[in-house]
Write a protein that binds this ligand. Sequence first.
Ligand code: MG
Length: 336
Amino acid sequence: MKNDKITLAHGSGGKLTHELVKQLFLPRFNNKALSQLGDSAILPIHGMRIAFTTDSYVVKPLFFPGGDIGRLAVNGTINDLAVVGAEPMFLSAGFIIEEGFELALLEKVVNSMKEAATLASVEIVTGDTKVVEKGSVDRLYVNTCGIGIVNNGINLSTSLIEIGDRIIISGTIGDHGMAVLSERESLGFNSQITSDCAPLFGTIKKILASGAHVKFMRDPTRGGLATTLNEIVNTQKNGIVIEEQAIPVNEGVRALCEILGYDPLYIANEGKVVIVVSAHDAAKVCEILKEDSLGRDAAIIGEVVIEPKGKVCLKTVIGGTRVIDMLVGDQLPRIC
Ligand code: MG
């Protein structure tokens, strides 16, 4: 490996994270389920397909407009199950707590987790508590694992993607990342920008039940929409073209990104899904989303194309075209 020490960029979800996974973890743990690099592993057990996933949450600050680390830890893991077509059922919760952390705040986080789990009809059935000396961690980290079941008839894979398939985003991009950043930096934009942190299973269930020919889904969290689209084209010979004008962005997010020099395409989301669907069913899926409270701003933003292979291109508002790479470096550490 080029860099002999771990940097914040290794945790960005972008290029260095992918390098770490492909060069260190994947060759050593090598197995069929892991090599898919899905949001959840899908495991065939006694004739059923079990989806299994894990995620650690280190967001700073712990509380932000629209959520907190507890809500994030439940919804984030639920969404990683939902996007592989699984019905989320059970979660674990592991807490790493810094000595001196206020018990009242821990209670607030746990209440939040309970509320989010109830809302999504999942149960937190096992857990772990560790406390480390003051200064060894920054207040509180939470890990959750999730188990769900993939029902028969659901088949999602990047290998099903064909030229002409449409790309849909279920709503505005960048809300979560910019909400956390504005709270962290006390920028005073708080009233305008709220995290989109939400459980997507109910919404996704409606789409899958519609019979629409959905090929693949992923939640564009760390690294944003741009990184997720690159992950999709990385696995195949096709490319993706998206239209800047079609991508929904809240005004507050757009303004804050402009001021601070961020591109909303790379900013994390916590309640959005990217859907690759056949051209024939794209409008139908978009309609279903628009009728759902979590998909009101859904839009068809692009399509799968022959050229350029393995790349994502953006048609800009002013008529140009540019290649959109995966997130390089780390724009916003500890966003989730
Ligand atoms: Mg995910």
